[in-house]
Design a protein around this ligand. Structure first.
Ligand code: NAD
Length: 479
């Protein structure tokens, strides 16, 4: 079955509820084949101005809507996503390279996130209400939000931003990654007639669109997910006019395996904790610390699993893992693998990919106990490579796990959840899981500490980041 969409320019921007063609287009490449599958519109500066103006014009009426109406809109957005699941999943498979069932789950996740977010409630705080004074602190929407997302979960990442921003009363300009614009452009089409014009706008571009957005004076808030390096540039740009920022950035999550685990039970969980979506998840396990008593057994089991999984083109056949998602990321992963090889670290399985193939395939790779100073331990691999690291003492592993500039997530694996919880409290990360990993919920905030970000997404705390406080104080007595 061929999914080739042709470079026909069938995708358009959504600006002010209208379909807007790009003055030019850029090619979107399928990472499994190296072929261009579609042309995406390259938004000009003028079109960005139009999108911001449309969002600005839509803001007062959207913010003034009864909250019950905005809740209904979120649910109808979710229904529309459900009705287009297969189409959206096909686009994700083609542009991002993940297996179809994973893409379908990603789309379902967007619908679920919109519905559950629609349930969030928040209240005014009455500070004082007596004969002397009425003082109330309330939450107001910020205005126009820029939602900038990465390529690993093209619609999943949008879900963390759209529901909360809209429910709080803001309007949005959504800018997906240039590597994965298609599913987001389709979302713009799907929602165009459902929402008041200008409430959600979708723009895509191959060049400097991201920095045009963060430097644009029309945005009140930049909600950004991506790399730490870009996050710093986003914050610097936003600082020029004190636009609010939420930054969800890189991670290098440690997973700590205690000696009391049942190896055969935890091995598959740890394998997928590291290799789901070919390791391209911010919250994937990226450093696996294994107690020396179970190191050899667990390593053997992980090798067995790695050698069983089917890696291939997700459009052509049933696979467990697709390619690395784009050329830039592929080169980054290959550079880390080359560094391992050059330093003589041992690959227990996998290793450097063959050169000269059209698809960006890398077999799941396990690196045998490289030093903590190695690049594969210090840097975020964001790909299908996992260092296995041997430890002896709990204090030692806590110190090593915490010795990272990143602090996004972490996990502890043990037969004793009580021991796990105590150890979890010693780990410095935004979320620490015990005997699971990457469990997210629309009602639970998540975010990174240190170089992993600023602020949180999801939950009430995530929604409140799309609001600002206002206190109203009324003097009642003249005494
Ligand atoms: P990236 O920083 O290259 O790009 C992210 C987005 O920013 C894209 O839309 C891109 O077009 C845009 N962009 C690029 N340059 C910009 C600029 N100067 N100004 C404004 N926007 C700009 O990141 P990526 O490669 O797409 O994503 C991978 C990274 O994202 C990894 O580090 C991963 O850990 C991180 N990530 C974090 C989370 C989280 O929740 N913390 C989730 C997913 C991914």
């Amino acid at each position: 079955m061929s999914y080739d969409l042709g470079a026909s320019g069938a995708f358009t921007l959504t600006i002010g509820g209208r379909s807007v063609a790009g003055e030019s287009t850029f090619g979107v490449v399928n990472p499994a084949t190296g072929r261009v599958v579609a042309a995406a519109p390259d938004c000009t500066r003028e079109q960005l101005d139009e999108a911001v103006a449309a969002a600005r014009a839509a803001f007062p009426a959207w913010a003034a809507l009864d909250i019950a109406e905005r809740r209904r809109h979120l649910v109808s957005m979710a229904d529309a996503v459900d009705a287009h699941t297969q189409d959206l999943a096909t686009l994700i498979v083609l542009e991002q390279g993940k297996p179809r069932p994973v893409a379908v789950a990603e789309v379902a996740g967007l619908a679920m996130w919109l519905r559950r977010t629609a349930e969030l409630e928040w209240e005014e705080t009455v500070n004082q209400d007596d004969g002397e004074r009425l003082s109330v602190t309330r939450r107001l929407p910020l205005g126009v939000v820029a939602a900038i997302t990465p390529w690993n979960y093209p619609v999943g990442q949008a879900s963390f931003k759209l529901g909360p921003a809209l429910l709080a009363g803001n309007t949005v300009v959504l800018k997906p990654s240039a590597f994965t614009p298609l599913a987001n452009l389709r979302l713009g089409e799907v929602w165009r007639d459902l929402l008041p014009a200008g409430v959600v706008n979708v723009v895509t571009g191959s060049g400097d669109l991201g920095s045009w957005v963060t430097g644009h004076p029309g945005f009140d808030k930049i909600s950004f997910t991506g790399s730490t390096r870009t996050g710093r540039a986003v914050m610097a740009n936003a600082a020029q006019r004190l636009a609010r920022v939420t930054l969800e950035l890189g991670g290098n999550d440690a997973a700590i395996v205690l000696p009391d685990v049942e190896v055969s039970e935890v091995a598959p969980q740890l394998f997928w904790a590291a290799f789901a979506n070919s390791g391209q998840i911010c919250l994937a396990a990226k450093r696996l610390y294994i107690h020396e008593d179970v190191y050899d057994d667990l390593a053997r089991e992980l090798v067995r699993l790695a050698e069983q999984v089917r890696v291939g083109d997700p459009s052509e056949s049933e696979v467990d893992l697709g390619p690395v998602s784009n050329q830039r990321q592929y080169e980054s992963v290959v550079s880390l693998l080359s560094d391992c090889r050059d330093h003589g670290y041992r690959f227990l399985t996998g290793g450097l990919p063959e050169t000269g193939t059209a698809g960006l395939f890398v077999a799941p790779t396990l690196v045998d106990n490289p030093p903590d100073s190695s690049r594969i331990v210090r840097e975020e691999q964001f790909g299908p490579v996992l260092p296995l690291l041997k430890y002896r003492e709990v204090d030692e592993v806590v110190r090593r796990a915490n010795a990272s500039e990143y602090a996004l997530g972490a996990s502890v694996w043990t037969g004793d959840p009580v021991v796990g919880l105590e150890l979890a409290k010693r780990l410095e990360a935004g979320t620490v899981w015990v005997n699971e990993v990457m469990h997210l919920d629309p009602l639970v905030p998540f975010g990174g500490r240190r170089q992993s970000g600023i602020g949180v997404e999801s939950g009430l705390a995530g929604l409140l980041e799309f609001t600002e406080l206002q206190t109203l104080s009324v003097r009642r007595s003249r005494g």
